[in-house]
Design a protein around this ligand. Structure first.
Ligand SMILES: Cc1cc2nc3c(=O)[nH]c(=O)nc-3n(C[C@H](O)[C@H](O)[C@H](O)COP(=O)(O)OP(=O)(O)OC[C@H]3O[C@@H](n4cnc5c(N)ncnc54)[C@H](O)[C@@H]3O)c2cc1C
Length: 310
């Protein structure tokens, strides 16, 4: 890439990054987008997206993300297929160092590095991810209507997922490795109230292994008080937390539990002037493709406004 000071560099090729790129391109900022190793972001490996507005044909994640990529490309976004390994964001001119050793200098940065759901890392998990094992009930719960599922976890996210699934599924197990919960008491009480309906708690239990026919999940093997137990299931929702991909920004930006804090001078501005954040890396609550795209748009508009003033 030519050695010049760029207007805007966008980091990440998920829905937030591509949307920011579309808006920055239309604002004639000639943005450069660094894709990162996970081209297309978290959605790229998801077989079916049913909640992207206007796409009632339920596209697979890869083709949906390809359409966003093509849109940004057509409008003039330049792509760099690399990863940012370090950065210096505090001055007027920001420097991003890529894994190739190349350095990009720019006046503004839009961080869209997303997050990764934590999984259990037990036997056969990779085999059944997307084939019965999910980390997002809002995204995938619909596929398990009137079926039997389990939610694994003891925090508020696990209880929220279980409550959501209890209205869709025939039966919901809440599996937790302890007999006490970190979740908000109100959520625990709400879920406990459903135990005479379609919810059952399995406590002091650890998932040992996922079982199935190699293509579809059929159940799990649990370690309950050191005894092995088989449980037949159609789906397992792992709700043991998310980790935002923000490690490289921790020396420059204010983070809260790893999430980039925003809302300083603009809705998406970070603690560093000229640096904006959008999508899951700055959101611990909604974590949806459309909310990421929405904040990607906001970050681009904020960057345009910032650059007009500087
Ligand atoms: C299995 C699964 C299914 C889902 N299904 C749905 C669904 O049906 N509907 C829905 O709305 N949401 C769904 N979600 C949630 C949705 O995928 C996320 O909310 C959304 O992708 C977040 O978008 P993002 O742009 O913030 O980040 P991500 O999609 O996480 O993209 C992050 C990008 O940043 C890049 N990156 C990270 N670090 C660096 C770095 N150092 N340098 C350069 N690039 C970097 C990565 O390579 C990646 O391209 C699902 C999530 C999962 C895990």
């Amino acid at each position: 890439m030519e050695n010049k000071i760029l207007n805007t560099v966008i980091i990440g090729s998920g829905p937030a990054g591509y949307t920011a790129a579309i808006y920055c391109s239309r604002a004639m900022l000639n943005p450069v987008l660094i894709t990162g190793a996970d081209f297309g972001g978290q959605l790229a490996t998801t077989p079916e997206i049913e909640n992207w507005p206007g796409r009632s044909d339920s596209p697979d994640g890869a083709s949906l993300m390809d359409s966003l990529f093509n849109h940004a490309k057509k409008l003039g976004t330049q792509f760099v297929y690399d990863t940012v390994v370090s950065c210096s964001l505090k001055g007027e001119i920001k420097t991003l160092t890529l894994s190739s050793g190349e350095q990009l200098q720019c006046k503004s940065v839009i961080i869209c590095t997303g997050a990764k759901a934590k999984y259990l890392e037990c036997k056969n998990e990779d085999l059944y991810k997307g084939h019965g094992v999910s980390a997002c009930a809002t995204c995938d719960g619909f596929f398990f209507r009137n079926k039997t599922v389990a939610v694994v976890g003891g925090g508020s996210a696990a209880f929220t997922e279980a409550l959501y699934l209890s209205s869709l599924c025939k039966k919901v197990y809440l599996i937790h490795r302890r007999d006490s919960f970190r979740a908000e008491k109100a959520l625990v009480d709400k879920l406990k109230a459903l135990t005479d309906k379609n919810v059952q708690f399995i406590l002091n239990a650890k998932v040992d292994e996922y079982t199935g026919d190699g293509g579809t999940l059929k159940g799990i093997i649990l370690d309950v008080d050191t005894n092995k137990q088989k449980l037949s299931l159609d789906g397992v929702f792992v709700a043991v937390g998310h980790k935002a991909s923000t490690e490289i920004f921790k020396n420059d930006l204010e983070l809260e539990n790893g999430i980039i804090k925003t809302g300083y001078s603009y809705a998406t501005s970070t603690s560093c002037s000229g640096v904006f954040a959008a999508g899951d890396c700055a959101d611990d609550t909604y974590r949806q493709a459309i909310t990421s795209a929405g904040t990607g748009c906001m970050a681009a508009l904020d960057a345009v406004s910032y650059l007009e003033k500087h």
